[in-house]
Design a protein around this ligand. Structure first.
Ligand SMILES: O=C(CO)[C@H](O)[C@H](O)COP(=O)(O)O
Length: 224
């Protein structure tokens, strides 16, 4: 079993009958959705879910996990999602898969956000992973210039030779900051730039981070 799967299984143990659950995005969240699918099929787990991306929604449907429109679920009990970096305060960088906006909306409407990672994602200071910032296409060069003025060293994300477009029809600027000294401040500064829809800093949002370590142990970190 790989480390991502190990963390995912531990998180899915926290889901109880009758819960409303948010499904994250990425290769770690993939394992959580697989395990939820197994519990629904083999244990008859009764839950309702919403997904943070088209890819996760498609996977959930394939596994016959009940998935509802957002209009039918006012609030979630918990969301299980991955992250690109986690610091000791449980602040996160997310959005490596380009789903940061939907992930933040879903996380902020969940009683608990459970983050699942392997130990490579655990860092002392956020920033070695390029911080994704979602930008509307209108006048996007001006928004990029504003990010440059903030010292973010942004580069448009490209996929298969084309500009990457999010599920919301926006672009992603990946910002090479290396070391983010004040993540709460940067999160606010970025979101004050007109044209920025949101950014991948998740501050004070994770309730629990589950870290799967290469020696096979699992470190469960609770927000204080
Ligand atoms: O934020 C995300 C997608 O937008 C992912 O959760 C993050 O990129 C981690 O992905 P993975 O589990 O594949 O390493």
């Amino acid at each position: 079993m790989n480390l991502k799967q190990l963390a995912a299984i531990k998180a899915v143990e926290m889901i109880e009958d009758g819960m409303k659950v948010g499904l994250g995005t990425g290769s770690t969240a993939y394992w959580a959705i697989q395990e939820i699918g197994r519990r629904v099929k083999e244990e008859g787990l009764r839950i309702e879910t919403v997904a943070t991306s088209q890819a996760s929604e498609d996977l959930a449907r394939e596994l016959e996990i009940p998935i509802l429109p957002f209009s039918e679920i006012p609030h979630l009990d918990l969301t299980i999602d991955g992250a690109d970096e986690v610091d000791p305060q449980l602040n996160l960088i997310k959005g490596g898969g380009g789903a940061l906006l939907r992930e933040k909306i879903v996380a902020s409407n969940s009683d608990k956000l459970i983050i699942i990672v392997d130990e490579s994602k655990s860092v002392e200071t956020l920033g070695a992973f390029a911080l994704p910032v979602e930008v509307v296409p209108f006048a996007c060069e001006w928004t990029l210039a504003a990010l440059e003025r903030l010292g973010c060293k942004p580069e448009w994300r490209v996929k298969d030779g084309e500009q990457f477009v999010t599920d919301n029809g926006n672009y992603i600027a990946d910002c090479r900051i290396e070391r983010i000294e004040d993540a709460p401040l940067l999160e606010q500064q970025l979101n004050r730039i007109p044209g920025v829809v949101d950014n991948g800093l998740f501050i004070d949002m994770a309730s629990i981070v589950i870290v799967a370590c290469s020696d096979g142990t699992i470190d469960v970190r609770n927000r204080k």
